[in-house]
Design a protein around this ligand. Sequence first.
Ligand SMILES: Cc1ncc(C[n+]2csc(CCOP(=O)(O)OP(=O)(O)O)c2C)c(N)n1
Ligand code: SF4
Length: 292
Amino acid sequence: MASATPNLNLLSNEHSACVGCGQIIASRAVLNTLGPETIVINATGCLEVTTSQYPTSAWQVPWLHSLFANPSAVASGVLAALKQSKKKIKILVQAGDGSTFDIGFGAVSGMWDRGDEIIYVCYDNEIYANTGMQASGATPYGSRTATTPAGKILDGHKKDMLAIALAHGLPFVAQTTSGFLDDIKAKVAKAAATKGPSYIQILSSCIPGWHIKVVDSVKVAQLAALTGLYPSLEFTNGRLTAAMPVTRPKIKVEEYLKYQSRFKHLVDNPKNKTTLAALQTLADDNIKKYKL
Ligand SMILES: Cc1ncc(C[n+]2csc(CCOP(=O)(O)OP(=O)(O)O)c2C)c(N)n1
Ligand code: SF4
């Protein structure tokens, strides 16, 4: 089983990501937990672009850049090649929500169908950050993005990727946020000990995408879980096996939204009270459903 080695830094500081980027914070915790015997397949996106500017690389492990759409297929190829080797090497896919929820979705499903023993981590910043903050299938209801201006409340709902992963019969499925490094490490260690495919979705704060202050990056990611809107959960063989309790007394979702200008129009404009109430209902439903 994987264990975190103190002072290991397999994602070095030689990157150009924004200060406070939730993906960098989370990915470092993921990789340091898996350890050096890991091969990473990274989809196109902010995490890839900011860590691999030619001729440098921030990665201290073997690392492959795939297309935006196919990290899962590339990972399956790596797994097939490694079957010739006696070494126990972990395979990690890293991809954003645009890659996972949208363009790479079919390849993810195929990889899970094959039962390939690959750890898939989706860093969910709820937008296509690398190309200018367009809405993705993971964008939450009511959020402002480059393609969903504040004046027009987005009517769609975030795709339930956890439910989709569970529907594929994955033995380990989890969700957490970039605000909880120990929780990320614990979930990654469990994924590494799982026989078969595993999926971990990490809400990852994005400074310019969410319009938040650098100092609020961790706090905002924590509030997402502590309000119940984006709970930290674990499912083993399809059953809920761990859930982080929400804060008591309950913190209102508005407390999470107010730090982020992407939701400013909801908090500031009384006309948008119904959208705000719908987001609170989502959190309340999670609290009931998962007994948070
Ligand atoms: C087929 C294809 N379409 C579009 C792009 C342009 N593109 C590169 S990264 C990206 C967005 C990535 O979004 P996401 O996966 O959410 O990762 P993030 O940048 O937010 O971390 C897009 C649209 C591409 N590289 N390939
Ligand atoms: S734009 Fe967002 S996801 Fe991209 S590097 Fe900056 S904080 Fe990270």
